[in-house]
Unconditional design. Structure first.
Length: 206
C-alpha cells in the first residue's frame, strides 16, 4: 500500500476513534487553549496517565477522552504501552499483559493464526528478517473503549526474508492500529501496515 494511502487511512481511523469516544476532540481543544499556561492542570492531565516505567515504550504524543475517567484512561494508556513494548522488544510477557486470551484480529493477514498466537507469529517473522526491530509509539488516541495508535517500525535487514539474506539495509515503515479494550485487556484489533514500503526495503517487490 502506498504511503499516501496509509496517510489517508490514518486520518480515517483517527476520525472513527474520535466518533467512538465522542469527546476526545473537545478534550484536546481544552488542553490546547493558548491562554492556559503549559504547566497548568489541563495541559498536564494526559501525561499523568503515562506509566513511566523504564522498560515500557513512551508515547510521543497522547490525546485522551476525559469522559471515561482517569482510572480507565490510565488503564488504556498502559495497555497501549504494554502492547507496543511487545512489538518493540519481542518479549511475550508484555503481550500477555496487554491482550485477552479471547483476543481477535479483525484484519487477519493470510497465513497468520487467529487469537493471541497471531502477534507472536508476526513478531517472530518480522524479527527473522529484522532482528533489531523497534516500535516507536508516535501517537496514541484514547477515546471510549478504543485505542488508536500511529507506529513507526525501524531496524536493519540483517536476517533472512523469503530465502534472501539482508545486507544491513535500513528498514522504516508506518502502521496504524485500532484496539478495542474490554474490562481489563484488549479483546480485538484492526491494523494497517505500509507493507509496500517494507517489501521494497527488503528487496521483495517485483
Amino acid at each position: 500500500m502506498r504511503t499516501s494511502t496509509l496517510l489517508r487511512a490514518a486520518a480515517v481511523t483517527t476520525a472513527l476513534a474520535l466518533l467512538a469516544g465522542g469527546t476526545a476532540a473537545a478534550a484536546q481543544a481544552r488542553e490546547d487553549r493558548p491562554h492556559e499556561p503549559s504547566h497548568g492542570p489541563s495541559h498536564a492531565w494526559p501525561q499523568r496517565l503515562v506509566d513511566r516505567s523504564p522498560d515500557l515504550v513512551q508515547p510521543k504524543a497522547l490525546t485522551v477522552d476525559r469522559s471515561i475517567g482517569e482510572r480507565r484512561a490510565a488503564q488504556e494508556v498502559r495497555l497501549a504501552q504494554q502492547l507496543y513494548t511487545f512489538w518493540n522488544t519481542g518479549q511475550q510477557r508484555y503481550l500477555d499483559a496487554a491482550i485477552s486470551p479471547e483476543f481477535r484480529d479483525d484484519t487477519l493477514p493470510a497465513g497468520r493464526p487467529q487469537g493471541p498466537a497471531g502477534p507472536v507469529f508476526a513478531s517472530k517473522n518480522f524479527r527473522a528478517a529484522v532482528p533489531d526491530l523497534t516500535c516507536e509509539l508516535s501517537d496514541v488516541l484514547v477515546a471510549g473503549d478504543r485505542i488508536t495508535a500511529r507506529l513507526v517500525f525501524r531496524g536493519h535487514f540483517t536476517g533472512t526474508f523469503d530465502g534472501a539474506r539482508g545486507k544491513g539495509q535500513s528498514v522504516e515503515f508506518n502502521a496504524i492500529d485500532i484496539q478495542h479494550v474490554g474490562a481489563d485487556r484488549i479483546v480485538e484489533d484492526w491494523h494497517l501496515e505500509d507493507n509496500e514500503t517494507l517489501l521494497a526495503q527488503l528487496g521483495a517487490t517485483g
